[in-house]
Design a protein. Structure first.
Length: 523
């Protein structure tokens, strides 16, 4: 029976009716037992018709080793395995106002509340699947007034009469999970629940990162504004000096006009920075969920923010630290569970059903002792011929699994790329700051020499302007690099997972196995 479209589609339900009071019980019970046994043998025989050949996942999960991540045993000397990012990492910068802003953002964010709602829905779905694996008990009470046809199957006096029909019944059932359908469905539900939790952690990290980066950007802009204001003041002082020299006949109108031209430029830079500060305040207030506080936000001092210690090499456990990678991994688990459910649909569905109750024509007879009824027996349902529907469903679920695996692999590559980029930038920024400090010291010294020579009449004002521009450029660069270092630290913390921990709900199967185990087991 290898036809792809010939797959077990019939149902067999065996529930014996109660024996008549005057009939012997033993032959009925013996015959019922043989009927149950024959039904089960027939179902198992038809199971051999299940044909899933040629449908298997093709994608393979990648691991950290294939991406060049170090291991604890082969770590390089600059590998900091002991450095861990705390869950509330933003407190490490030592800014209490930043702590309050991030806490407010996390507490009132609509996106995080939506993520929490998705978690609750996924957990409810998990409980629903768990409930399907246990016994069920239902009660019913029916009351009907019915006229029986005089030309129907019921003879007189019932035929042609109108009677009351009452039924009171308790019905119990228990689906026996011989082929693991409920277990596979539970694995899929647990995977989806854990993925929702990891997604919520990723959203929380993104929100905290955006608030922190906005706060550091505000500090950088404020420091740039202070440099611009110092520039304006310095140029005003220089203009006063030039005017005095023109009055004394030591300089010409050319030097005065050159000095006057620097003032509008400095004021324009101040206006542009004030605009950026206002926009950054608005962005932070929106992230916190309180737009009305934008005008009250006072920028921090960039020098007062405490840098944090972070690794300068890729951690071996990087992939376990990232919420987005964990969410992708759990989606693979969920997709694998769905494949398992699709496979079990090729096999029989076996359940036990029993009922007990009262049934009578005439409400006054419903509580009569002879109105009692009961029944118990197995119910076996299995597909026989479905024109390829089950195979198509299995192909669809297998394709979903392949897509989930490749999405996980993509998340892995992006995670390693992201972390490597941030570490490379962190190293480069430190080297740039060292060079910039030396360059600024030289520029400050050259400016002082040029200014002294100009005052002594030994140099031109062009030399002063050139030296001054170099000093101002270095001051702006110093602020820019300090801001970049802080923003890079936030980006590196995010790339390292931001203190992400293990999900509270643990998988029932292969999450602790090597990455390739899940797909290999489904072949």
């Amino acid at each position: 029976m290898n036809n792809h479209n010939l797959v077990p589609s019939a149902s067999v339900a065996v529930v014996p009716a109660p024996s008549a009071p005057d009939s012997p019980d033993a032959p009925g019970r013996a015959g019922g037992a043989w009927l149950y046994l024959g039904t089960l043998v027939l179902a198992l025989g038809l199971t051999a018709c299940a044909n899933m050949s040629g449908i298997a996942p093709q994608a393979q999960l990648r691991d950290g080793g294939s991406l060049g991540l170090p291991s604890a045993a082969t770590g390089t000397p600059d590998f900091f395995a002991d450095i861990a990012v705390p869950e509330q990492w933003w407190r490490s910068f030592g800014d209490s106002r930043l702590d309050g802003l991030v806490d407010q953002a996390i507490a009132g964010s609509p996106s995080l509340k939506a993520a929490e709602a998705r978690i609750a829905r996924a957990e409810a779905a998990t409980e629903t699947v768990r409930a399907a694996d246990g016994p069920q008990l239902n009660g019913s009470l029916d009351a009907t007034r019915q006229r029986f046809s005089a030309r129907g199957i019921y003879p007189a006096p019932l035929g042609g009469s109108t009677r009351n029909i009452g039924t009171a019944r308790l019905t119990g059932s228990w689906e026996i999970d011989f082929f693991g359908k409920n277990r596979a469905a539970l694995e899929a539900a647990v995977g989806a629940s854990n993925a929702a939790q990891a997604d919520a952690q990723a959203a929380r990290l993104l929100l905290a990162s955006n608030v922190t980066r906005g706060w550091f950007q505000l500090a950088r802009l404020q420091a740039q504004l202070e440099v611009a204001e110092r520039t304006l003041a310095q140029r005003q002082e220089t203009l006063t000096l030039v005017r005095d020299r023109v009055t004394a006949g030591l300089d010409t109108r050319l030097e005065q006009r050159q000095s006057e031209g620097g003032l509008p430029e400095a004021r324009q830079q101040i206006e542009a920075l004030q605009e950026q500060i206002a926009l950054t305040r608005n962005a932070i207030a929106a992230l916190v969920g309180q737009p009305q506080i934008a005008d009250t936000l006072q920028a921090p001092s960039i020098a007062a923010i405490r840098p944090v210690t972070l690794p300068d090499a890729l951690p071996a456990d990087l992939l376990g630290r990232r919420a987005d990678v964990a969410a992708a991994r759990w989606r693979v688990e969920a997709a694998a569970g769905e494949v398992g459910v699709a496979k079990t649909q090729f096999y029989p569905n076996v359940s036990l059903t029993a009922f007990v109750g009262l049934n009578a024509i005439g409400f006054d007879r419903l509580v009569n002792g002879n109105s009692g009824e009961w029944g118990v027996g197995p119910a076996i349902r299995l597909p026989i011929f479905d024109s390829g529907r089950l195979r198509a469903n299995l192909r669809s679920r297998t394709a979903d699994l392949d897509a989930a695996v490749e999405s996980y692999n993509s998340s892995l590559i992006d995670a390693v790329h992201d972390c490597a980029d941030q570490i490379a930038s962190a190293r480069a920024i430190v080297r740039q700051q060292q060079e910039q400090r030396d360059a600024q010291a030289a520029a400050e010294s050259a400016y002082e020499i040029a200014l002294q020579r100009y005052r002594a009449g030994l140099g031109t004002y062009l030399n002063v302007l050139t030296a001054e521009n170099a000093v101002l450029a270095q001051r702006r660069l110093a602020v820019e690099l300090a801001g970049r270092r802080l923003e890079n630290q936030v980006a590196l913390i995010r790339a390292l997972g931001g203190g992400f921990g293990t999900p509270a709900v643990q998988p029932t199967t292969s999450a602790t196995l090597p990455p390739a185990t899940t797909t290999a087991a489904l072949r």
